[in-house]
Design a protein around this ligand. Structure first.
Ligand SMILES: [Zn+2]
Length: 441
């Protein structure tokens, strides 16, 4: 009963707080437009973190802006990770866990992020959106049913020649605007909030350099999802298999009876992959996993094929490994003189394996979205996030929406409402964490 009363008190103080919320000094939209102009494209297969020096351009800007907002302990690490801490304003901040928020600064290597020219469709009235500098690039209602929910909104796109970089500069802008809103409204009560902006999310590797302990968050959220309401506490469980075919090379002029060409066995192995669903990425969706050969290096002496194994359930991963091993055995039988080795490595684990023990992370996020007027649902991600890595390393980190759509392509878009509702959700979320502790006391 006591808990209930405190809960209602907390709720009523929230209602008063929302009625008086002062706007931030700068909108999430204006921040986003500034960040979108900075080219932060990451690059595959680089030896350094960050993979491209230009990611420091946004890192330094965010560092400066964080300091301008009074954030403490702001620093950019040698790896280009921006860290900061927003101190809580509770009587005793130690009673509330420190909550972290993370967005990534880089954009996908798939499409250029240089000279992004933003196109704003003001007061969108429905219909397809033709991008101004390449009329073949069309954001159609048929392929983007969420457009129907954006009537009257201001839609933000690129000009058809680049990606927009909403993934994940929207997350950066939303987190910055949350901090700004909290600063303007000391009446909004919250615990300590850890902030981080990461490089190289799109190419992997950046998050390996993340200093979890020093950062100080007990739980965190990546703000890197898609349409309003999408909250994710599930990613793939991922393994990568390497199949090596050992042949024997010799000069082809004198090869008779000696040469064993590994390419034939490797080619036969690939030809034996089942073509039908549910085994390939090009034939699967939703909760169905796949096996996916993605790279091969072939010479007569040795051929190597790398294969992604993806499933939401560990039993599904195991079944796919069994399938691959059976194809190896079949190939081995057909090519007895070629020695075939199979090995596989864990990439990352479905974060649900850990997050199922902390249901409050997504429960609070769902409540925060609801208070912002956003109906939400848990949607698994057919990929990994920085949060998969952090969760596996002991920092439980689900993923929140940003309002963005069509990541990694020229048809990427977000909207004013997408940015603002996400910011509101973040502001609500830190309050709910503070209220959550009241409920427990
Ligand atoms: Zn992203």
């Amino acid at each position: 009963m006591k808990t209930l009363i405190i809960f209602f008190l907390a709720l009523s103080s929230f209602v008063t707080a929302t009625a008086q919320v002062k706007p931030p000094t700068e909108t999430a939209m204006d921040r986003f437009l500034r960040y979108a102009k900075i080219d932060t494209q990451s690059a595959e297969d680089q030896a350094t973190v960050p993979s491209t020096r230009k990611q420091f351009d946004l890192a330094r800007l965010l560092e400066k802006e964080l300091k301008g907002l009074g954030v403490r302990d702001v620093r950019v690490s040698e790896f280009g990770i921006v860290y900061g801490m927003v101190p809580g304003n509770l009587a005793d901040n130690s009673k509330v866990p420190t909550i972290g928020f993370i967005a990534h600064m880089d954009t996908s290597p798939a499409v250029s992020g240089a000279n992004v020219t933003v196109n704003i469709v003001k007061n969108y009235q429905g219909g397809d959106i033709v991008l101004p500098n390449d009329k073949t690039q069309v954001i159609s209602v048929a392929k983007n049913p969420d457009l129907k929910n954006l009537i009257g909104d201001d839609i933000i796109t690129a000009d058809g020649t680049t990606l927009l970089g909403s993934d994940d500069k929207s997350g950066c802008a939303e987190i910055m605007t949350m901090i700004d809103t909290l600063k303007q409204n000391p009446g909004i009560k919250h615990g300590n909030i850890a902030i981080a902006f990461t490089p190289d999310e799109e190419v992997g590797g950046g998050i390996d350099k993340f200093e979890i302990e020093k950062w100080g968050a007990k739980f965190a959220y990546t703000v890197d999802g898609e349409q309003l309401g999408d909250i994710s506490n599930e990613t793939w469980s991922a393994r990568t298999a390497t199949v090596t075919f050992h042949g024997k090379n010799t000069h082809p002029g004198t090869a008779k009876g000696i040469m064993i060409n590994s390419l034939y066995a490797a080619g036969d192995f690939l030809a034996n992959f089942p073509a039908n669903a549910p085994n390939r990425p090009e034939t699967t969706e939703g909760r169905v996993g796949f096996v996916h050969p993605y790279s091969a290096n072939m010479t007569e002496e040795t051929s190597t094929i790398k294969i992604l194994i993806r499933d939401f359930d560990l039993s599904g991963v195991a079944a796919k490994e069994t399938l691959l091993k059976s194809i190896v055995a079949k190939t081995q039988k057909k090519y007895p003189t070629v020695k075939i080795d199979y090995e596989s490595k864990l990439g990352y684990l479905n974060m649900k394996e850990v997050l199922k023990n902390y249901p409050q992370l997504t429960d609070y996020a769902i409540e925060a979205a609801k208070r912002a007027g956003v109906p939400s649902e848990l949607r698994p991600i057919r990929g990994g996030t920085d949060g998969s890595n952090l969760t596996a390393r002991g920092l439980p980190t689900p993923n929140l929406f940003t309002g963005g759509h069509n990541f990694h392509g020229k048809l990427e878009f977000n909207s004013r409402k997408g940015l603002e509702k996400t910011t509101d959700t973040l502001v609500n979320l830190v309050q709910i964490w503070a209220e959550g502790q009241n409920r427990l006391r």
